[in-house]
Design a protein around this ligand. Structure first.
Ligand code: NIG
Ligand code: FE
Length: 417
């Protein structure tokens, strides 16, 4: 991927860069000994949208950067990555929110025809333009606090037409937005009312019609599913994942959120890029994730909203070196939260993740969860120059304040957005 960014000038190498940022403290978030991958008093050079040089100011080689800017002591981190959202939806579920506070459980509401199905009905009734404008507004909120890449799932259509519309909205956002949008097909989110007593019949539809159509139109980068007693079994989802594999689409899974249904092991069996939620994952599930190199995505917004008390096995993830990512899970039912910064703070207070783990969880490990680890998520030569520049005195602040937005600037592929 690396091109040569230098020309020879006599005996010396003279670097040609588009932009040189100097006088910045850098949290490169590279994995290694150095906490946060810190470079104090550093500089970052960008050429052709990628990082061409990074290191201490004092080691800067001779160069002819077209533009040089001092960041006057601000901190630079990789742009944040929200690797699990359901941003496309219509309506809200405030009524269910109140029902839950009056004692009904998430599963009871779903069994009574509410839950995901109520958002499905609202989404089916909305048109493309309505979905696009509502989703764009949410995406802008994430961008404003430093997100440079956002994953967005379908899954509130549950018929071919509306699933395609949702994914077309995601694609259109990808075309319009300055930040990157990653698209995930979540047809197997729950059993739609039309298939109430025939969940296998719905899986047939997902495998035989939806997935081929989504693939043919190149509308999805990956395939997700919900493995749970109120959704689909491991046997049903193994069919979906096999079909995804036939189409060369990577998979990921909502796993073990409300009960231990063997979701983590299923995800690992299919080399999922990530397994998400994982509150009820067993020790065997954790080692399966470790063996497969699957990222564990923590969703503290859903944990908080559903009043969950079963903590995900964080200590076991650490012991087994399972990479931990953090995401908003932004959706109208289980995680009405449209702030990755707030989610980082929740991960510290609810899951006792450290601020460094939180920042790695929304940069390096979130990139890996999306299969983009070689392209972004850390600040290293060759990676895309997706940079968040902050008015802070240390990156631990990013998991500490809730509701402060210390973002000074966001650069995507080296361009300010
Ligand atoms: O990630 N767990 C399943 N899917 C979503 C919830 C979607 C909803 O309730 O609308 C989640 O929590
Ligand atoms: Fe989700």
């Amino acid at each position: 991927m690396l091109r040569s960014f230098a020309i020879r000038a006599g005996d010396k190498q003279l670097h040609k860069w588009d932009l040189l940022l100097t006088d910045t403290h850098i949290a490169a978030m590279t994995a290694g000994e150095l906490p946060y991958g810190v470079i104090k008093d550093g500089a970052i050079a960008i050429a052709d949208g990628r990082i061409a040089w990074i290191g201490p100011n004092q080691d800067l080689p001779e160069n002819t950067a077209k533009k040089t800017r001092s960041l006057a002591g601000k901190w630079t981190t990789p742009a944040l990555i929200d690797c699990h959202t359901h941003l496309v939806f219509a309506g809200d579920r405030a009524r269910e929110f109140e029902q839950r506070l009056n004692g009904a459980s998430y599963a009871e509401i779903a069994a009574a025809g509410g839950g995901i199905m109520s958002t499905v009905n609202a989404t089916r009734d909305a048109n493309f333009g309505e979905l696009l404008s509502q989703t764009k507004r949410r995406l802008d909120v994430l961008q404003a606090e430093g997100c440079g890449t956002v994953e967005i799932k379908s899954g509130y259509g549950l018929n071919l037409a509306t699933e395609l519309t949702m994914l077309e909205v995601v694609r259109e956002l990808g075309n319009r937005a300055e930040i990157s949008v990653v698209s995930t097909f979540l047809g197997a989110h729950t059993v739609p009312i039309e298939f109430k007593n025939d969940s296998d019949g719905y899986i047939d539809l997902v495998c035989n019609e939806m997935l081929p159509a989504v693939h043919e139109k190149k509308l999805a980068d990956a395939v997700d599913a919900f493995c749970e007693t109120i959704a689909f079994s491991t046997a049903q989802l193994a069919r979906v994942f096999s079909k995804a594999q036939d189409l060369s689409l990577p998979v990921k899974l909502h796993a073990d959120q409300l009960s231990d249904g063997g979701g983590a092991a299923l995800a690992a069996e299919f080399n999922a890029t990530s397994a998400d939620h994982l509150e009820y994952t067993s020790a065997a599930g954790v080692s399966a994730l470790a063996d497969a190199g699957t990222v564990a995505v923590m969703l503290p917004g859903a944990f908080l909203t559903l009043g969950e008390t079963q903590l995900p096995p964080i200590e076991q993830f650490r012991d087994h070196n399972v990479p931990i990512a953090i995401a908003t899970d932004c959706n109208p039912g289980s995680s009405p939260i449209c702030s990755l910064r707030t989610t980082m703070a929740l991960a510290t207070s609810l899951f006792k993740l450290t601020p460094e783990e939180c920042l790695a969880g929304v940069t390096r490990n979130a990139a890996t969860a999306l299969g983009l680890g070689s392209d972004r998520g850390t600040l290293e030569v060759g990676k895309r120059a997706d940079l968040a520049i902050w008015d802070i005195n240390h990156p631990q602040v990013l998991s500490y304040w809730i509701g402060n937005n210390e973002l000074s600037e966001l650069l995507i592929a080296g361009m300010p957005v």
